[in-house]
Design a protein around this ligand. Structure first.
Ligand SMILES: [Ca+2]
Ligand SMILES: [Ca+2]
Ligand SMILES: [Ca+2]
Length: 384
């Protein structure tokens, strides 16, 4: 096909005059298609995103609980994989108060809302589609609203020990009415909390107002991102019956790293508490602060060192730390005085086998470095 250049060939200019009609048809067709796309997308289910806001998270668990045990038509060729799928041709009988059909709660598309659908929220947790409309939270005022309270019986937790933090909702003077479910987030320092499989746990008590005094009517849901130090949690009723009351719900068991000392904080945030009509009640956030005790007894220096600290004594302002194994990287460095008190802490983005730190402010004396690498913990004494 011969395509003339518009600059070299005058014929092209006259041909262009006939194009606009075609163009306008094309534009019209495109516009119709563009208008239809959002309508088609709006009728699609992404498995796990029950409230259809573009992200799968703990708020979707609230919607799952409200729709639990509902039934309707299944989807055609359903999958729980992360792909948008057409709703069944016949909508389900029930809809959420915001108009969204209950068919969105059928994550696996088999025609009912049960535990399998909750499992898909876990499988697809954090996945997004399209433009995400952030979930709204109703954070209360602690002076006038009930609090989702963390409590801590022990102000000091030993390194490597377990923090047992209580979790309660409401008090006698600020009690909870018409509870059906609550979603919230717990934020902690990922360097402080252990990263083994059972290092962050929530146990729901059996005999509480929320759990139907032993009837086992609540379900907990936890997604813990250990690298970020963020646990997204939902505690929901599962029998379409609301409860009222106040007080204890359960307890967190959180294992501390055995290589960390110092003050740390854990707090609740992003709370949404709903009744069966998915109406919010404002709930206030809370935090606990506690100290992790020195652990010189539980962490032993590696025999045969493996690390050089030089010069020793430190004469000038700087000291070098160098691992014998150059494939090993220093992650964190802690400086303790002769009494085992943590004086300073450095974190290194780049985990190199050698680091140089500045100690010009440090008074004369005996000190210990705790050197945490990506493989082990070293303790090295030095003088200044
Ligand atoms: Ca969602
Ligand atoms: Ca289902
Ligand atoms: Ca099912």
């Amino acid at each position: 096909m011969y395509l003339p250049s518009p600059f070299s060939c005058p014929i092209f200019a006259s041909e262009r005059k006939t194009i606009p009609q075609h163009l306008s048809k094309l534009i019209l067709t495109s516009l119709i298609v563009l208008i239809q796309i959002p309508m088609i997308l709006g009728q699609q289910v992404w498995p796990g995103d029950i409230n259809n806001n573009g992200i799968v998270n703990n708020i979707d668990v609230l919607y799952w609980a409200v729709a639990k045990d509902a039934t309707g038509d299944g989807r055609v060729s359903p999958t729980s994989s992360w792909v948008g799928q057409d709703l069944p041709a016949t909508p389900w009988d029930q809809s959420f108060p915001n108009g969204l059909n209950y068919a969105y709660a059928d994550c696996d598309g088999d025609g009912d809302v049960d535990d399998d659908d909750k499992a898909i929220i876990e499988d697809n947790f954090g996945l997004m589609h399209g433009e995400v409309v952030p979930d709204d939270y109703t954070i209360g005022d602690p002076a006038s609203d009930p609090t989702l309270a963390l409590s801590n019986p022990n102000a000091v937790v030993p390194s490597g020990g377990t923090l047992e933090a209580g979790l309660s909702l409401g008090t006698a003077t600020d009690s909870i009415s018409n509870f059906y479910g609550i979603a919230f987030t717990v934020v902690y320092d990922p360097d402080v909390v252990g990263n083994q499989g059972n290092d962050f746990q929530l146990d729901i008590f059996e005999d509480t107002w929320m759990n139907g005094m032993g009837d086992d009517k609540v379900i907990k849901f936890i997604q813990n991102d250990r690298d970020a130090g963020v646990a997204e949690i939902a505690i929901v009723r599962k029998n379409q019956q609301m409860v009222s009351g106040f007080g204890e719900i359960g307890t967190f068991s959180i294992v501390m790293e055995d290589i960390v000392v110092g003050l740390t904080k854990i707090n609740t945030t992003d709370i949404k508490m709903i009744d069966l009509a998915v109406t919010d009640t404002p709930i206030a956030i809370s935090d606990i602060e506690f100290s992790i005790d020195s652990i010189t007894a539980t962490v032993r220096p590696i025999a045969g060192s493996g690390i050089k600290v030089y010069p020793n004594p430190v004469l000038g302002s700087q000291v070098s730390l160098e691992l014998e194994d150059s494939t090993e990287g220093i992650r964190q460095l802690q400086l303790f005085d002769a009494n085992g008190r943590l004086i300073s802490r450095w974190k290194f983005e780049q985990r190199l086998s050698k680091q140089i730190v500045d100690l010009r402010e440090l008074p004369t004396g005996i000190y210990n470095f705790k050197i945490i690498t990506d493989k082990r913990v070293y303790i090295q004494s030095f003088f200044k």
